[in-house]
Design a protein. Structure first.
Lengths: 110, 115
């Protein structure tokens, strides 16, 4: 039931792009994305609801493919402040249930 | 400013002891949640409450108990039955209990260790 994220970790130089993937074995109602800095609380980034929408937030955007039960988070022209662990969370269709993935650790270096 | 306050920030438990983690929110949210996070892992749901005086077990409720007597407060007790309590505990809230389409707001967490 827990979604699977890939890659588990990625190292970037400032200005490079990254893609983080999230896939589920269950039919999805929604996908959420959060970022957590070391030792801090997760911070909400965005929600995507079924309908195949894409959302953007400055240079961070995401897509949701309902049929494939997948979402991808796109980080373009990465900044040092993007470092942290990114979690996807999936809302399940037909049930009011929600599960977090195990996270992708992103390290942006100067 | 509205938010979620967790206390204490660090907590140590002796063998056979019950300990209680505090979580208070002033966001006027209906739903509250407790998660456990182990090093390098994701968040696992312990308990959640959609309204006052009601709560449900999550995926890893054994060894934990909660109460929801007030809308603002959702304390978590880690009982002696929880044999491996060392973890980072996060409390969260959302405006409604429809968790699939509501963003969750998190507190700063409590780090619990065994003495």
């Amino acid at each position: 039931q827990q979604p699977v994220q890939s890659p588990q970790a990625v190292i970037l130089r400032e200005g490079e792009d990254a893609v983080i993937n999230c896939s589920s074995s269950k039919a999805l109602y929604s996908v959420h994305w959060y970022r957590q800095k070391h030792g801090e609380a997760p911070v909400f980034l965005m929600i995507l609801l079924k309908g195949g929408e894409q959302k953007g937030h400055d240079k961070i955007s995401a897509s949701f493919n309902e049929k494939k039960q997948q979402s991808s988070l796109y980080l373009t022209a990465s900044q040092l402040s993007y470092s942290g662990t990114y979690f996807c969370g999936t809302g399940i269709s037909n049930f009011n249930k929600f599960y977090f993935g195990s996270g992708t650790k992103l390290n942006v270096k100067p | 400013d509205g938010g979620i306050t967790q206390s204490p920030k660090y907590l140590f438990r002796k063998e056979g002891q019950n300990v209680t983690l505090s979580c208070e929110q002033n966001l006027n949210h209906d739903a509250m949640y407790w998660y456990r996070q182990d090093p390098g892992q994701g968040l696992r749901l312990i308990y959640y409450s959609q309204i006052v005086n009601d709560f449900q077990k999550g995926d890893i409720a054994e060894g934990y108990s909660v109460s929801r007597e007030k809308k603002e407060s959702f304390p978590l007790t880690v009982t002696s039955a929880q044999k491996n309590p060392t973890a980072f505990y996060l409390c969260a809230s959302s405006r409604t209990g429809e968790v699939r389409n509501q963003p969750q707001h998190f507190g700063d967490g409590t780090r619990l260790s065994i003495l």
